[in-house]
Design a protein around this ligand. Sequence first.
Ligand code: GDP
Length: 721
Amino acid sequence: MERDYPLEKVRNFGIIAHIDAGKTTTTERVLFYTGVSHKIGEVHDGETTTDWMEQERERGITITSAAVTCFWTPTYDLTNKALKHRFNIIDTPGHIDFTVEVKRSLRVLDGAVVVFDGVAGVEPQSETNWRYADEASVPRICFINKLDRTGASFEHSYKTILERLSKKAVRVQIPIGLEEHFEGVVDLLRMKAYYFEGDMGNLVIEKDLTAQAGIPENIIKDAEKYHNELIEKIVEQDDTLMTEYLDGKIPDFDTLKKLLRKGVITNEIFPVFAGSALKNKGVQLVLDAVVDYLPAPTDIPPITGIDPNTDAPVVRHASDTEPFSALAFKVATDPFVGQLIFFRVYSGTLEAGSYVYNPRTRSKERIGRILRMHANDREEVKKVFAGEIAAAVGLKETITSDTLCDEAHEVELDRIVFPEPVISLRIEPKTKADQEKMGMALNRLAQEDPTFKVSTDQETGETIIAGMGELHLEIIVDRMKREFTVEANVGKPQVAYRETITGSADAEGKYIKQSGGRGNYGHVKIKVKPMTILTKEEIEDLPKNTKRSLGFEFINNIKGGVIPQEYIAPCEKGFKEGLDRGILAGFKMVNVSVDLWDGSYHEVDSNEMAFKIAASMAVQDACRNAKPVILEPMMKVEVVTPDKFMGDVTGNLSSKRGLIDGMEERGMNKVIKAIVPLSEMFGYMTGLRSMTEGRASFTMEFLRYDIVPQNVAETIISARK
Ligand code: GDP
């Protein structure tokens, strides 16, 4: 089977935005326009269009899907079938609690449209996302949205992009009118005006020919000035053209367009567009820009992974003839087909019904059906090709961030590392009927989201949910209500403390008992010490008897069978269980290294259980003497506040045991960076608002675990008693 679309005509991109900047509205418009692109310019009756949109909405456009496929032919040549492109739009969440999700989606997309609020301009979250996109070298187009709003200013927003995000941003459009007079945009490359009419935002070019190419008289000077700025920026990409330009020779349109594309793909230029998604203005031209400027899978460098057997680097190109490799980037529950695994194919092809190899589980799994998600339906496909994004049904063992590959050509792509949850709360079903559904709902949600965990309190039997922040858990509870109709009461959020040891100690664990006729005999001698931090290479070079997992190291120093091989794994299990309940306050113990160096067994009475219990007792005993401490999550906090509240804000952060880590000017505002314990940050939003007349904002993300001071530790311990 041949591929239905040349890879050069595929665009895998995401729409990234600060919460509330208009990502949902923009995505909705994109799906609307791509769904009816053939009709644009045909429908003139405003009402019919609105009806049509309403219906679409009722049928439920799948904007929450992890990846939606749609098609677009650029508006400048609608009749040219050869220009039709396939878009795979990858969902990226907007809130800071979900930065992990942003990072994950940045892994699989080739380019992004970054949406800004045309009143506020760059907001703190946009900066964080921009930084992640920088780290991943993702080419970007900026879209300044909401230009119809009162107080909107394209120039102000554009300036905030230049100042806070990148000097490489450049206007490719300017708006015609603003606020309620916002009518259209001037394309500065073509020097043409575009107007949008009717509810559907039908595109009209050169509406008013009394002015040049429809550009109103009052902005023609600006347009010319920015046109020249744009051309200068573009020719900077090419030395020869730059020299010619300085001699007064301006390259033709096609050359400029090609060069602009090169600049965007190499992250040298971030073109800035203008519009209002809500009022259906400008979105089509952004889609044209996705075609013209964002990279195809063939434009980005090949991906490098490792051979899991030899650790040697392996390179895979976006080519159908190379061995199959793909990355599973999202597990989602679909109401119609059950569990879906979204994956991106990096090389080779994959057929429905065939087997894939998972290097993590070291096993093969059969792919059932392969689906492509469209705005309102699912398309079953027989085969997917390099560079494409699709969803698989039937993979039971695959989780987010797993590589799927050809068994004969193993490769493991970089894993996406997810942080452990830092906050937890108790959750209780409202009624008996909710009880049954709650467990199912929470498990589903946990499968989808690797930073969300569900557990049961062993003493009280209550259900505990844990995640990356207050809002993260709020949304989970809300989704449970909306998607699974489960009503629940939740407790106060709790910090996920940990314990660790700061010294080393020896201990001996003996479990020797006669129960009924049968005996039990387990006996171990161990040494515990803090786990040292090692580089990736050092971990790979560790001796064979040393095993590392997250927060736990096990060294098997048993010689001459003083403990038979079959009891070693039970010992390891026992150590892990012993570390689950910390010495000081019962929090999970992390970063403990356990060296099992001696012990004994009994021919008849020894069994797995006895060794497990002996190991668990020994590790608890040893840690008690190894200077245990409590650890707390520390957050990186950034507050943006008007100058005059600076003293109050920093004073308040210091009183929260915060460490002020930096300060900078940002336009009229001050930015305060601090490192603050999470336990002090609950309800900070409300506190900050009242302290600053509602004019400051903040973001926060998990940084690391630190030892809590003695007096705080005492409070935590007594609260747990
Ligand atoms: P998201 O949080 O980024 O997904 O943002 P939404 O798309 O949900 O938009 C947030 C709010 O801004 C909603 O009330 C939208 O109706 C509104 N909004 C989105 N785009 C525009 C726009 O272009 N103009 C105006 N005036 N409002 C908009």
